[in-house]
Design a protein around this ligand. Structure first.
Ligand SMILES: C[S@@+](CC[C@H](N)C(=O)[O-])C[C@H]1O[C@@H](n2cnc3c(N)ncnc32)[C@H](O)[C@@H]1O
Length: 284
């Protein structure tokens, strides 16, 4: 089960390196920004009366901890993530909270989960980074018990998410070497095409596939905006290697481009996402 795909090392290196560090540093802002998604998935845990919950690409663990609270004392919630530093933060948080949630550092595409173990599989933005999504979702289907639901959230297209693309649009003229997104390649918008997502799930053996658009209001304090875009996303990554003068110029330009989203001391935007639902087959 150690087969490596050509890009696995790239994603593993990213999330165990810069991207992981950026998410750890920005954890408080990100968790506040995305709290509505956490609430949606915690409601799913409650509505499904799920006990054994798997949170895929759990990062620093906020959604897993919320799932554990929703599952109650009988709950057994496991967060899985390829990023060892993010998993270490998640474990610390669980310990501090006295949570029953547990965490494992592993690649979802190849990890040997116990078969038919989980009665619900959830994820907040943790399923778009697989080099081989069919391998990952087949592995998750095997880890799900007969008839268990999958409920994961992913981004719709960049065009439908102007807030999420503001930094790179504004910075593009100043950073001509900024990497360009390839449609469908592992990354934030890899699941933008719902037909592709449906065929990945179908090919992976999931049934009852139901993909619905959701538009979710997000907000966070304006004082955290510069910290957010200088750490996260493509611009955040590229800025790490910039000289101070260019950095200052980019920060000024990008900050001004975010003005339409700033309302007094708050940043507000609508996140255009998919709520992706499916079920493991009733009989394996
Ligand atoms: C955008 S972050 C979301 C983190 C978390 N779900 C949240 O909402 O805070 C994506 C997460 O997917 C994880 N990830 C990427 N590829 C993975 C893989 N092959 N197996 C497990 N986790 C993976 C990353 O390490 C990262 O923590």
């Amino acid at each position: 089960m150690n087969a490596q795909h050509p890009n696995d090392n790239e994603q593993a290196a990213l999330w165990n390196g810069r991207a992981g560090r950026a998410w750890i540093d920005g954890q408080a802002t990100l968790d506040r920004m995305f709290s509505a998604f956490e609430d949606l998935l915690a409601d799913t845990v409650r509505n499904a009366s799920a006990r054994r919950v798997l949170d895929v690409g759990c990062g620093t663990g906020s959604t897993t901890l919320a799932a554990a609270r929703a599952a109650g004392v009988q709950g057994e919630c496991l967060g899985v993530d390829i990023s060892q530093p993010m998993i270490a933060v998640a474990r610390d948080r669980a310990e501090r909270e006295g949570s029953t949630a547990r965490f494992v550092g592993a690649d979802v595409q190849t990890h040997a989960f116990a078969p038919a173990r989980f009665d619900l599989v959830i994820s907040r933005f943790g399923v778009m980074f697989f080099d081989d999504p069919v391998a990952a979702f087949t592995n998750l289907r095997r880890a799900a018990s007969a008839g268990a639901p999958l409920q994961v959230i992913a981004w719709r297209s960049p065009a439908e998410n102007p807030y999420m693309t503001t930094a790179e649009r504004a910075a593009a003229p100043l950073l001509p070497d900024m990497p360009v997104r390839a449609p469908g390649a592992p990354g934030q918008f890899a699941f933008a095409d719902r037909h592709r997502v449906a065929s990945i799930l179908q090919e992976s053996g999931w049934t009852g596939i139901d993909i619905q658009p959701i538009d979710v209001d997000c907000a966070f304090p304006e004082k955290d905006l510069v910290g957010y875009f200088t750490r996260l996303g493509t611009v955040g990554q590229v800025l790490q290697d910039m000289d101070e003068a260019t950095r200052r110029q980019v920060i000024g330009t990008v900050r001004a481009a975010f003005d339409p989203f700033v309302h007094a001391d708050e940043v507000r935007f609508t996140a255009a996402c998919w709520m992706i639902g499916a079920k493991a087959p009733a009989h394996a």
